[in-house]
Design a protein around this ligand. Structure first.
Ligand code: FES
Length: 159
């Protein structure tokens, strides 16, 4: 089920719970925004479907537990994005430790996530427009489509 859905008080019906569990990853366009809905270890998540870094297609990314957080790994350049809050994680060495040891750090929220609710087997997504600008906004909508094409062309030119 692709395409625009009916909205009631900002809630968009995105499918039956059983169907979404079976699909594991579902793509929807809501209010002109392309959203990825993921069912993982008993929980639903919704987030912008194009990676904030260069518009990579997150629906093809692996999902891993990183530092106790469920993250999707962008298939394009392997950035790690937390499904729950859109935080981007990276590993670096902590110079305050002796000997310096690698650990995970947060770059902050980079990918917009959205609220998922379920009522009587029906699943709804409410888009979040907080907190202001989030980097994944860049690759959404008509302008975002153009930017994704530019990023794709730049990637091809350097590979
Ligand atoms: S586009 Fe996702 S890591 Fe670069």
């Amino acid at each position: 089920m692709d395409g625009e859905e009916q909205a009631t008080e900002g809630l968009h019906f995105v499918g039956k719970k059983d169907q979404l569990i079976e699909e594991k990853r579902s793509f929807r366009t809501l209010e002109g925004r392309d959203i990825l809905i993921i069912h993982q270890q008993g929980a639903f998540y919704a987030l912008d479907s194009y990676c904030y870094h260069a518009g990579g297609a997150l629906q093809n990314g692996d999902i891993e537990d990183i530092d106790g957080k469920t993250c999707i790994i962008c298939p394009k350049h392997k950035y790690k994005i937390c499904l729950a809050n859109g935080e981007s994680l990276y590993k670096a060495t902590d110079p305050t430790q002796d000997p310096p040891a690698p650990r995970w750090y947060s770059k902050g929220v980079k990918q917009r996530t959205h609220m998922v609710t379920e009522t009587n087997g029906d699943v709804y997504v409410k888009l979040s427009y907080n907190p202001g600008w989030v980097e994944s906004d860049f690759y959404q909508g008509e302008k975002g489509k153009v930017e994704r094409a530019k990023a794709e062309a730049a990637d091809k030119a350097t590979s």
